[in-house]
Write a protein that binds this ligand. Structure first.
Ligand SMILES: [Zn+2]
Length: 114
């Protein structure tokens, strides 16, 4: 496949992922807003507190992911997308297809994270 077509596919993948994450994150706002100023009954409900902590952790993950996706799209616009941040070599297309926001090639990626 031509590089331009690969890039177009990866961009579509990144944009879809970005939209999905934005959509997911916008739901958190809807869910959380009604709780502001309603602190009374929340303190003695352990399950609710646990759910909130879990959803907060998930939300943080999604926010981090969204940031990585947006940075990848910015690199695409800048023309530096798909190059390893450490060695400057092109990142394998198979790797980008699996993780379109990857910033390191497979050789530079720490062994534990492969
Ligand atoms: Zn590298």
């Amino acid at each position: 496949m031509e590089k331009s077509r690969k890039d177009a596919r990866l961009r579509a993948q990144l944009e879809a992922e970005r939209d999905e994450l934005r959509e997911a994150l916008s739901h958190y706002d809807e869910v959380e807003r009604p709780n502001i100023g309603l602190g009374n009954h929340m303190a003695d409900d352990g399950t609710e507190a646990f759910d909130q902590a879990a959803s907060l952790a998930l939300r943080r993950n999604q926010e981090r992911l969204l940031e990585q996706v947006e940075k990848a799209l910015a690199r695409m616009d800048a023309g530096t997308y798909g190059l390893c941040e450490r060695c400057g070599e092109p990142i394998d297309y198979a790797r980008l297809k699996a993780i379109p926001y990857a910033t390191l090639c497979i050789d530079c990626k720490p062994r534990a994270e492969r």
